[in-house]
Design a protein around this ligand. Structure first.
Ligand SMILES: [Zn+2]
Length: 270
């Protein structure tokens, strides 16, 4: 599933091809994604693309005719084709074509993604309850510490709560808690001030590293098969059930927390 770093990589990958360009048309081959694709998208002719940004896991194409909001869902991906083509795959549901012939193609086998239109994203319900961006200065140790007082919820569930901080997916939550030496099921209200600072610093490092690694795959955006490289990271605990902990040789354990499979080392994490 595309996580925040992949979405950020997508923003950086497609921006050089699209910003400053004028839309010729948006071809919608399939309207039934997670939500129905907005009708307004077929009326975007002559809109100028001014900037492309990200909020949580939404990619936002800002234009002179409103904003296009894209979510990659479970299996969505964006690719750039340097010229128009009649060669269309089964899961290539949407093409955004610029006047100079660049194609932004959306592929999504499981169709849990979204393409929506808005004239003002801040008014959209999906954006109103979102917590802080994890890489922003506002998300810091003081914020986590203060926000978690009296909260009797597992620390892992808390950092994956989108109303607290957005985009800390399951892999990144497991890895960050391991590196901060904090047990995922520990109640967040028991974290010390020092641990809150450490955990936030590590979350930022883990996400930044993933984005940096994604940067090395940017060339993949223009490969004919179009899949951006979702990058394999060196993982400490995630996906390693029963294997040896790299730190202490203890077996990595799993447990369901907040309906998500959670990987940890009960020797290293307290
Ligand atoms: Zn260990």
């Amino acid at each position: 599933m595309p996580e925040l770093p992949e979405v950020e990589t997508s923003v950086r990958g497609i921006s050089p091809y699209l910003v400053g360009k004028t839309i010729k048309e948006i071809i919608i081959r399939r309207k039934q994604l997670r939500w129905l694709v907005s009708d307004e998208l077929s009326e975007m002719q002559n809109a100028l693309i001014t900037v492309i940004s990200r909020r949580a896991k939404y990619l936002i194409i800002h234009t002179t005719k409103g904003e296009i909001i894209i979510h990659l869902g479970m299996s969505g991906s964006l690719s750039i084709l340097e010229k128009e083509t009649k060669d269309v795959g089964k899961h290539d549901h949407i093409d955004l074509i610029t006047q100079d012939g660049i194609v932004l193609r959306y592929n999504d086998p499981r169709r849990f993604g979204a393409w929506l239109w808005a004239d003002n994203i801040s008014q959209m319900p999906i954006f109103q309850k979102l917590g802080l961006e994890p890489l922003s200065a506002e998300f810091n140790g003081d914020y986590l510490y203060k926000k978690s007082r009296n909260r009797k919820v597992a620390v892992k569930k808390f950092i994956m709560d989108n109303t607290v901080v957005v985009g800390v997916g399951n892999i990144y939550a497991c890895e960050s808690l391991f590196l901060a030496k904090i047990l995922p099921e520990r109640l967040v209200c028991t974290l010390t001030e020092e641990q809150s600072h450490l955990l936030v610093t590590i979350i930022k490092q883990v996400l930044a590293k993933a984005i940096e690694q994604g940067g090395t795959t940017l060339k993949d955006f223009v490969q004919p098969d179009g899949k951006p490289g979702y990058f394999a990271q060196v993982l400490q605990v995630y996906g390693r059930k029963g294997e040896e902990c790299h730190q202490c040789k203890n077996q990595i354990k799993t447990k369901i927390i907040g309906q998500r499979n959670t990987f940890y080392c009960d020797e290293c994490q307290k």
